[in-house]
Ligand binder design. Structure first.
Ligand SMILES: Cc1ncc(COP(=O)(O)O)c(C=O)c1O
Length: 362
């Protein structure tokens, strides 16, 4: 058996190709959490028709792009800041805030801790409990907050647990944070995959609270991680000014600028994606729920965390079994608070999902 001590991000296909001898073009990535529909056809046509735009600098204020995002998110265009992926905005925001003490959920996406550490701060984990299906206990969480904390990062829905915090609970968190002078960063990279966006998105709260910034991207729902287009929404004018002041000019290229002016209005594509993900989310959850080998945790996003109940199996064995059949899942053993009994996969097309079920349950 090939052993690996590394763990792979969903985008590490070159590494996988080398280690396992599978061609990266043949790999079905259940670990990248990207919409299996591929990119919006409307956007594709528009980029093709406008290739010449790269011979000019993009609008430095990105006015048309920000207007398109504000229509899509139902917020004020003046509150929208665009960035080179969500990643640039996470980094810029943490550089500006310079939090000495930050709280993140455990387990969660690792980038927040990395940025806090790079900027000289300390990150503490608030553990999500397995017996609570990795859902946040709001009363307990808010009872632990005090003014020594500078920043809370909430990935909503959370990667890798796929659990989500409803807006009503987010409001309670923001109230306690306001009293304690704590900033809240909400990463909504996966929010468009939830059944009812309005119930979970915090975008509308940016009008009432000045201690919140919401981040979103186009890498996952719009299947465009190579485009590097993300955006932030905040009603805090000082923060907006500071982000724009620190950001390199033209950090979004002309093609991403044009793409973003079109993709958010491709309503057919958006509906098809939501229908597919909702149907597969339910089907895959029900399948794993009736299996005696696995325990799935109810997914709100386009991916699901699963616990292996069988004593003879672990996440490394399953990863290797799947990758040999060109199916790449996420071994979750390296996430804090998880271990080699957990794996994560995203929902792909039905026939690919069937292949995964067949492979894992064999
Ligand atoms: C929760 C979360 N936020 C942000 C990102 C990075 O997003 P982007 O491609 O928009 O920089 C990822 C990528 O996996 C993610 O899972």
């Amino acid at each position: 058996m090939i052993t690996h001590k590394d763990h792979f991000h969903g985008s590490d296909l070159e590494k996988i190709e080398k280690i396992y001898g599978v061609k990266k073009e043949d790999i079905i990535s259940f670990s990248a959490n990207v919409n299996p529909h591929g990119i919006s056809p409307l956007m594709k046509k528009n980029i093709k028709d406008n290739l010449d735009c790269i011979s000019a600098y993009p609008d430095r204020q990105y006015t048309a792009l920000r207007n398109s995002i504000s229509n899509y998110c139902d917020c004020d265009a003046a509150d929208v800041i665009v960035g080179n992926g969500t990643t640039e905005l996470i980094s810029l925001f943490i550089k500006i805030l310079q939090p000495k003490k930050a709280i993140v959920l455990g387990p969660t996406y690792s980038e927040y801790e990395r940025e806090v550490t790079l900027n000289g701060g300390t990150t503490l984990y608030y553990p999500l409990k397995e017996e609570n299906d990795f859902k946040l206990d709001i009363n307990h969480f808010t009872s632990k907050l005090d003014s020594s904390i500078d920043l809370i990062v909430l990935c909503n829905p959370n990667n890798p647990t796929s659990s989500a915090i409803p807006k009503t609970d987010m409001r309670n968190i923001l109230d306690v944070c306001k009293e304690n002078d704590i900033y809240v960063l909400v990463d909504e990279t996966y929010v468009e995959f939830v059944d009812e966006i309005k119930k979970y998105s915090s975008v509308s709260l940016c009008t009432y609270y000045n201690n919140i910034i919401v981040l979103r991207g186009t890498s996952k729902f719009f299947a465009a991680p190579g485009l590097r287009l993300g955006y932030a929404i905040t009603g805090n004018n000082d923060l907006k000014k500071e982000i724009i002041k620190r950001q390199d000019p033209w950090s979004i290229n002309s093609l991403a600028d044009i793409a973003g002016q079109v993709m958010f209005s491709d309503t057919d594509y958006i509906k098809q994606t939501r229908d597919l993900i909702n149907a597969e989310k339910e089907r895959m959850y029900n399948y794993f729920k009736q299996s005696s080998k696995f325990k799935p945790f109810k997914p709100e996003a386009n991916f699901m965390l699963v616990k292996i109940l069988n004593d003879d199996l672990d996440s490394e064995i399953l990863f290797e079994r799947a990758i040999k059949e060109n199916l790449m899942i996420r071994d979750c053993s390296t996430f804090p608070f998880l271990n080699n009994k957990f794996f994560r996969f995203c929902f792909m097309n039905p026939e690919d999902n069937d292949k995964l079920i067949e492979c894992l349950s064999r």
